[in-house]
Design a protein around this ligand. Structure first.
Ligand code: NAD
Length: 497
């Protein structure tokens, strides 16, 4: 249920965020007592002093996670038991959704409506869905002759590490925690340093739901300390990372430099939104174009920032998208009337502004947008026309509200430009021609292709990237649990009787 601005502000005034780490069932400070501040990017207000976890804390958390894994309390519990506990987590998240959403909005600068959708919707759904999978996933039996029985058995991988980004903090935590715990792993989670608060609050709810001590551990901290220690730990069996391709690359190296742990990577993108000549240019298409670019202020890995529009439609498309984007309201993220909140940090805002300047310098036509004088780190939704493939704003992930319109001659040119990138996360195609739609969908080298609408899919469909947007691992769907499972063959010689 949506509340009013005043009601959300009242919740915000009463929140006292917990900034402690959660290790082996206890909230605690970092071993050396160090802390760092987390602030509200929309106001600069300090929200909490947070435990600055480092190697010693990661070691403590992994030891606890290993102890409980080996004891079998969770890893060998009846699947129905894990299911019940995770369903309780879902129920507690739902019960506390308003408070969690306000906390998320304060810590990220995201709009309260998005936070409500993500937490009251997606996070609850994640815990429910993977809870239900706990007692519904089976192994296989291979065909053999009568002298053998060949069982293909899935076992929890052990201790799972996860290192998370700041753009969807609690959703990303749920993406990793729900499937890993459902199959019986213990987990060691590092939220992004900018946005630790909802993941710490989740630990309180997980404890209340009955997750045993040591099964879930939350380590707020920085990448170069806690993140690296997770990547390099010799007793973590698998690590799932979401963030930039640059850091994803490091996780591959950490694995090679330590115990060759499994590495699942979900990384950046530069996704195209393609409108072919026969597409129906109606309000629905424009809404999808606008949301694909400006949802979460463009701080979205699958944001469709390269909009490749068939030449005869470019003028009309440009006029209509400008009209739509002008209607977006920037403002207090806790106001349900706000569409676009703050960028995550001052540095990030400056980085996005430097891309806007480079677009102007390279000759793209800036039609609207730029810096906002609203206090905090706000940038107005920005639209460029006449973008060409070699421009920096056409090639690099901006991770901010900067949409570039490119004119294309035909489907083949659209396909060529769309594919000419190191990324491969997502693409959208609009066309009335089913053959053309399927040709594009099959040819685009990316993990998700959305036809006649912008969508990342849903919980049932795997999400991840081709090329430098991902590894072979996938989040979501039944595919996600593969990141947290080992496969064992049990070959039983049988006697004919
Ligand atoms: P980032 O790579 O800077 O940080 C992600 C996480 O890695 C953080 O927890 C950070 O502390 C940690 N980290 C940073 N340096 C590290 C190091 N040297 N060793 C170990 N850990 C380290 O990314 P970000 O700025 O938080 O997020 C933005 C990026 O995430 C974008 O590129 C975006 O596309 C991507 N992203 C991808 C998906 C997806 O599912 N594909 C989803 C959300 C975000």
């Amino acid at each position: 249920m949506t509340l009013t601005h005043a009601e959300y502000k009242a919740i915000a005034n009463n929140i006292r965020p917990n900034g402690q780490a959660f290790i082996d069932g206890k909230f605690c400070d970092a071993s050396d007592g160090e802390k760092f501040e987390t602030t509200n990017p929309a106001t600069g207000q300090v929200l909490a002093n947070v435990a600055h976890c480092k190697v010693a804390d990661v070691n403590r958390a992994v030891a606890a996670a290993r102890r409980v894994f080996n004891a079998g309390t969770w890893s060998r519990a009846e699947p129905e038991e894990r299911k019940e506990v995770l369903l309780k987590v879902a129920a507690l998240v739902r019960e506390n959704a308003h408070e969690l959403a306000v906390l998320e909005s304060l810590d990220t600068g995201k709009t309260i409506n998005d936070c409500m959708d993500e937490i009251g919707g997606e996070v609850v759904n994640f815990f429910q869905w993977y809870a239900e999978l706990a007692d519904k996933s089976f192994g296989k039996i291979a065909p053999t002759g009568p002298s053998a029985l060949a069982l293909i058995v899935k076992e929890p991988a052990g201790v799972a590490g996860a290192v998370l980004p700041w753009n969807f903090p609690l959703v990303m935590a749920a993406w990793k925690i729900a499937p890993s715990l459902a199959v019986g792993c213990s987990a060691v989670i590092k939220p992004a340093e900018q946005t630790p608060l909802t993941t710490i609050r989740l630990a309180e709810l997980m404890q209340e739901a009955g997750v045993p001590d040591g099964v879930i551990n939350i380590l707020p901290g920085y990448g170069e300390t806690a993140g690296k220690a997770i990547g390099l730990h010799n007793d973590i069996d698998t690590v799932s990372f979401t963030g930039s391709s640059e850091v994803g690359r490091m996780f591959m190296r950490y694995s090679g430099d330590s115990n060759l742990k499994g590495v699942g990577l979900e990384m950046g993108g530069k996704s195209p939104f393609i409108v072919l000549e026969d597409a129906i240019l109606d309000d629905e298409l424009i809404e999808h174009a606008a949301m694909s670019a400006f949802w979460n202020g463009g701080q979205n890995c699958s944001a469709n920032m390269r909009q490749l529009i068939a030449a005869p439609l470019v003028e009309e498309f440009t006029g209509r998208i400008i009209d739509r984007v002008k209607a977006f309201k920037l403002g207090d993220p806790l106001d349900p009337a706000t569409d676009i909140g703050s960028m995550i940090t001052k540095d990030h805002k400056e980085m996005v502004m430097s891309y806007i300047q480079s677009g102007v310098a390279e000759g793209a036509g800036m039609l609207m947008g730029g810096e906002s004088d609203f206090p905090g780190h706000f940038i107005k939704p920005t639209v460029f026309e006449n973008v060409t493939p070699e421009m920096k704003i056409a090639k690099e992930e901006i991770f901010g509200p900067v949409l570039g319109i490119m004119s294309v001659k035909n489907a083949e040119e659209a396909l060529r430009i769309a594919s000419d990138t190191d990324y491969g996360l997502h693409a959208t195609v609009f066309t009335q021609n089913i053959d053309q739609a399927l040709h594009m969908a099959r040819s685009l080298p990316c993990g998700t292709v959305s036809v006649n609408g912008f969508s990342e899919g849903d919980i049932k469909t795997p999400f991840g990237g081709y090329k430098q947007s991902g590894s072979l691992a996938r989040d979501n769907g039944t595919e996600a649990i593969e990141q947290y499972l080992q496969t064992k063959t049990i070959w039983v010689q049988t006697k004919n009787t």
